[in-house]
Design a protein around this ligand. Structure first.
Ligand code: KIV
Length: 275
């Protein structure tokens, strides 16, 4: 069954937990889709885990389109959400709608995600009015790291917690169909989830959210530059990959690879007549 913005909202009504992962390429998206993941986020985290930047700020619309297209070719049933990169929705409503539209028309996504609360409600309304489902994102919003002074848990003081709850209510009222809560204390995320009728998707926000999302390289041990506290590693593919690469190097050096079964044959007479 195809997951959509509507099935996400229905899942909340039916108290069914939603699972999401990030993906940035065809093969990974296909594997996740075949595993039954509800949603795939083509996150601007690709700047860090795919392109090696130190944060997400350098990611462009062209980067997002390139990776969204690859994911869209691989995933059939998952809801594909594409991140709106830094400065693609900050400079005016027209530009925000145009860029959201490009991720749908050219990228093949079925929804977009943007970071920010009340200050971006006009953009959320306008994009939603253009029939593009919007996933909002509050808490630790990585595009604002310079304002936050780093990757830090958000909403811990009375004032900050109230501001987060208010923002959550406002993005829902503006038409967002779901809300990512990143690095928010568990009890606050639960309170926000109970206050909204749209599903909350947590990352570092505890089990009280209506769904969860992880960056896939983190949960399979492929990205070792920085591992946040909230990540659970389900497998260490990084170690397995390094072992496989080392074995390959050794076998090539020792002439063990390739073997007969990896090669193509030709009639000896063809070779014999070469001059
Ligand atoms: O870019 C991303 O991967 C994200 C998730 C961490 C929610 O925004």
């Amino acid at each position: 069954m195809k997951n959509t913005a509507i099935t996400f909202k229905d899942a909340k009504k039916n108290r069914q937990k939603l699972s999401m992962l990030t993906a940035y390429d065809y093969s990974t998206a296909k594997l996740m889709d075949q595993s039954g993941i509800h949603g795939i986020l083509v996150g601007d985290s690709l700047g860090m885990v795919m392109l090696g930047y130190k944060d997400t700020l350098a990611v462009t619309m062209e980067d997002m389109l390139h990776h969204t297209r690859a994911v869209a070719r691989g995933a059939k049933n998952s809801l594909i959400v594409a991140d709106m990169p830094f400065l693609s929705y900050h400079t005016g409503i027209n530009e925000a709608v145009t860029n959201a539209g490009r991720l749908i028309k050219e990228g093949g996504a079925q929804a977009v995600k943007l970071e920010g609360g009340s200050s971006f409600c006009k953009e959320i309304e306008a994009i939603t009015r253009a029939s593009i489902p919007v996933m909002a994102h509050l808490g630790l919003t990585p595009q604002s790291i310079h304002t936050f002074g780093g990757f830090k848990v958000q909403g811990k003081t009375q004032e900050a917690a109230q501001a987060l709850l208010n923002d959550a209510r406002e993005v829902e009222a503006s038409g967002a169909f779901a809300l990512v809560l990143e690095c928010v204390p568990e009890k606050l995320a639960k309170k926000i989830s109970e206050a909204l009728s749209i599903p909350t998707i947590g990352i570092g926000a505890g089990a009280g959210c209506d769904g969860q999302i992880l960056v896939y390289q983190d949960m399979i041990g492929m990205y070792s530059d920085f591992t946040p506290k909230f990540v659970k590693q389900y497998i260490n593919v990084g170690t397995q990959m390094k072992q496989a690469f080392a074995s390959y190097i050794e076998e090539v050096q020792e002439g063990i690879f390739p073997q007969k079964e990896h090669t193509f044959s030709i009639e000896d007479s063809v070779i014999d007549q070469l001059y």
